[in-house]
Design a protein around this ligand. Structure first.
Ligand SMILES: Nc1ncnc2c1ncn2[C@@H]1O[C@H](COP(=O)(O)OP(=O)(O)OP(=O)(O)O)[C@@H](O)[C@H]1O
Ligand SMILES: [Mg+2]
Length: 288
């Protein structure tokens, strides 16, 4: 048996030993996994993940943030936290995920990733299996797991997107961001059987600009016969409170609760709660 096969067998044995049923379908797991991705970098993913997580906590949900930007993780920096251990320790085999959990504002739990570690810029299949297996032991402690996905369309990005129940794509009105949002949906639908996406348009000047980007993305998908369903989750206004709070390493929702961006994030969190899971977990497909 290959290494991955051995690990898979070990995981199953571990689960059987402590009486945890094996999962694989969305309906069976407690936590709802949401991957937040964009293709293009610097469009607001990490800020959106952190602030939506805080908003979900305020709405009574148990939330875990998984820093899936493995090797270039920075969610802990945004939150002003100094992790003693990171996912690197889990991948090195000297810690379990439960040991590296950090607590952030409002009680958000965070799985921090290391920063500046080229070794994990492309996870091996064994490392992917290990992360998946470790995460399963945490899943029933949370209502939502938000994956802060790195930029690009690397194998790591595909892995974490494919492993989540839902994929939220972030775009800004800039043409480069629009093009990359389209590109990542194209790759995920064509090569990874993911056809359902939700869209958040960030840094808009008004509501209409967000709706316009949503309509245009749908039109382009139709024109090029991309067989996807794209739903609109909402927009976030361009707001100086965001940049100010990043510099202060605070959440804008906490520091400036009435700022325009905070109002938008709360509306998106409510929308997330009000919409249903649309797709099952596909980890098995990507690990084959
Ligand atoms: N709504 C907004 N209004 C104003 N500035 C914003 C807004 N959203 C994001 N920004 C700015 O964009 C910067 C990048 O945001 P962030 O780090 O969340 O992006 P990212 O997509 O996670 O980047 P990366 O791809 O590098 O991980 C922030 O530091 C902030 O200055
Ligand atoms: Mg980021």
């Amino acid at each position: 048996m290959d290494q991955a096969g051995t690990l898979r067998k070990m995981t199953k044995t571990m689960r059987d030993d402590i009486g945890i049923p094996s999962k694989g379908k969305a309906g069976n797991s407690t936590a709802r996994g949401i991957a937040v991705a964009s293709g293009k970098g610097g469009v607001g993913k990490t800020n959106i993940v952190a602030n939506v997580a805080y908003s979900l906590i305020k709405l009574g949900k148990r939330v875990l943030i998984f820093d899936a930007d493995v090797g270039l993780g920075n969610i802990h920096i945004l939150l002003g936290l100094m992790p003693k251990y990171t996912l690197q320790n889990v991948l090195d085999g000297n810690k379990e995920m439960g040991d590296i959990l950090l607590e952030g504002p409002g009680g958000i739990k965070i799985l921090p990733a290391s920063s500046g570690n080229k070794k994990f810029s492309e996870l091996s299949i064994e490392e992917k299996l290990l992360l998946r297996a470790e995460l399963e032991f945490l899943e029933n402690r949370f209502d939502y797991i938000l994956f802060d996905i790195g930029a690009g369309i690397s194998s790591n990005v595909m892995y974490f997107c494919t492993g989540a129940h839902e994929i939220v794509i972030i775009s800004t009105p800039e043409p480069t961001s629009f093009a990359d949002a389209y590109a990542i949906m194209k790759v995920l639908s064509r090569d990874y059987m993911r056809s359902s996406f939700k869209l958040v348009v960030n840094s808009v000047k008004n509501k209409a600009e967000g709706v316009d980007i949503f309509n245009r993305l749908n039109k382009v998908a139709d024109r090029f016969q991309l067989n996807i369903s794209l739903n609109y989750l909402g927009h976030i206004l361009s707001d100086d409170s965001v940049t100010k709070s990043v510099r202060e390493q605070k959440l804008f929702l906490e520091k400036y609760p009435n700022a325009p961006a905070s109002v938008c994030v709360r509306s998106i969190a409510r929308e997330i709660i009000n919409t249903n899971i649309e797709q099952g977990l596909e980890w098995e497909n990507i690990l084959k």
